[in-house]
Design a protein around this ligand. Sequence first.
Ligand SMILES: Cc1cc2nc3c(=O)[nH]c(=O)nc-3n(C[C@H](O)[C@H](O)[C@H](O)COP(=O)(O)OP(=O)(O)OC[C@H]3O[C@@H](n4cnc5c(N)ncnc54)[C@H](O)[C@@H]3O)c2cc1C
Ligand code: FES
Length: 306
Amino acid sequence: MVTDEMVTVMENRSLTGGHFLLSLHAPRQARSTRPGQFAMVRLLEDSSVLLRRPMSIYDVRSLNSAAECATRSSEDGMTGIKPRTASSNGDRSELIQLLYKVVGRGTQLMSELRPGDEVSLLAPLGHGFFEEEYLERAKQTDEVWHVAGGIGIAALLLPAKSLAQAGIRQKLFFGGRTKEDLVGVEDFEPFMDEIVLASEDGSRGYRGYVTRPLEKALDSGYDKKLLLMACGPWAMLQATVELAKLHGQPCLVSMENRMGCGLGVCLGCSIRVKGEGHGSYERVCTEGPVFWADHVIWEKESIPKI
Ligand SMILES: Cc1cc2nc3c(=O)[nH]c(=O)nc-3n(C[C@H](O)[C@H](O)[C@H](O)COP(=O)(O)OP(=O)(O)OC[C@H]3O[C@@H](n4cnc5c(N)ncnc54)[C@H](O)[C@@H]3O)c2cc1C
Ligand code: FES
């Protein structure tokens, strides 16, 4: 169930390359989150940022598990997590974690949040990766291949965890401009059978776009039934979708269009799709953010900007 709540910042950890991991105490929203859903964050302190900022829900955790992680990473002295309220059940999720990159005014203000600050959080939103239909398809495959570009990685951790629980083999292709963009790799390691990294400057992994090693893997006579799940910049999504089509493999894409309301009202996030819908458009915030790639019409200029 979607709720709009005032939630407390527990930690806002600085990572490499202007990325941050924000932990918010939001038990009700954390417990109703499904993999691939997102949240809208509204900053209360600054009236110059009126619109909420959409962010994938990277992870949901119990306070205890997050505190353990924070203890492990506290050498940098940046942790703010202290379990203030004892969880009645250690494995009940109370925290929502958002992994974000500073790109403008809103995310800059987010990066200045400190433990104890409050934000307004509208969550969980969208259908995510685990519509029945998607899950059934994943179960029929030999392997799920995740393809992430930059901060698109944030949409894929919860799906990866759930697929691992269902015993599905997984591989991650993850690319960024430099090694500093390759954040969160260690969070994926327990759930992946293989991780392939790429950076445009060659500072970590394959030098170039991540779609190059993906293409090689698809080309190398791969005879398995795959499901591709992709999230990242438009060009990477488009290239991934073309490769999937060429190799006859199904592909789900998580779209990150600019958003206004997040609730299906303003139509600012609409994308062109094939067949019926709202005319030939569907809203990323409500019908998405995850779509079958062959349902989307891949014309960048057809995406209205708000
Ligand atoms: C469903 C969804 C999930 C998202 N998940 C994440 C996430 O997990 N982590 C994360 O860091 N970001 C995520 N984003 C993108 C994030 O919402 C934007 O980066 C953020 O709103 C920018 O706000 P700002 O005020 O800092 O930047 P602005 O001042 O609004 O914009 C700064 C620059 O960023 C560009 N920009 C703004 N919004 C987007 C967007 N949606 N896609 C591409 N470029 C954009 C602008 O064109 C401009 O160049 C997601 C977006 C959507 C729609
Ligand atoms: S953001 Fe308003 S309809 Fe999707």
